[in-house]
Design a binder for this molecule. Sequence first.
Ligand code: PGA
Length: 254
Amino acid sequence: MVKQKIIIANWKMKLDMPASLALAKEYQVKFKSGTEDKEVVVCPSTIVIAEINKILAGGKIWLGAQNVFWEERGAYTGEISVKMLEQAGCRYVIIGHSERRQYLLENYQMIHQKLKEVLSDSRLIPIVCIGETLKEKEAGKRDYVIVDQLQQALGGIQLLSQQQVIIAYEPVWAIGTGQVITPLDAENMHEIIRASLVDLFGIDIINKQFRIIYGGSVDSANVAEFSELDNIDGLLVGGASLKAEEFYQIVVSI
Ligand code: PGA
């Protein structure tokens, strides 16, 4: 089954407010045409989401957030709810990015809670991040780690028939390092991910409601290697999404 490819820009905390708004304006102009067959998403810093929603209005780019909290409301200083993200104009939300796992000690129990909250009452589409560290890879534990992360994040989750989930496979050693996975290796990992998702949800749900995307040092120079792989439904792009032209080239090439 051919799924529409999705390409997600993750700006992380790399741009200040004026720079974020300026880049959103460049995106809006750049993505006016040529990418109709793709879904393009931008995930800026939370503080500029509402403003960027105005900039992107009427265009072809969807808005996403980089994080969300697992409770609906309450005394949770500094956190942002699902409802708030929706109200600010988001359609997507990244959950459990490896930088949050590394610096904020976010674990898969938290990721599971966040996913449950997003799916409980919302039109937000979760982008759940998984990926092994270099240490885990070198110890030969990669496949085990990936399957375990998927089970912890998604085990026991119930999906309504129209709900979509995106799984972003991002080897931690490939993020922001310039070290890219070989396309064959990526294809292989995506097969493993798909097989464990089928175990959890059954083939029909996986075919209709899941997309598996790759992230980690993708740029316009190496994107062609991924475009021929048919089990990669899209890309999560960090550094190379900070220039509108570079990101546009990635989107049209995949
Ligand atoms: P990168 O980041 O493209 O800069 O490696 C990817 C990500 O963290 O999502």
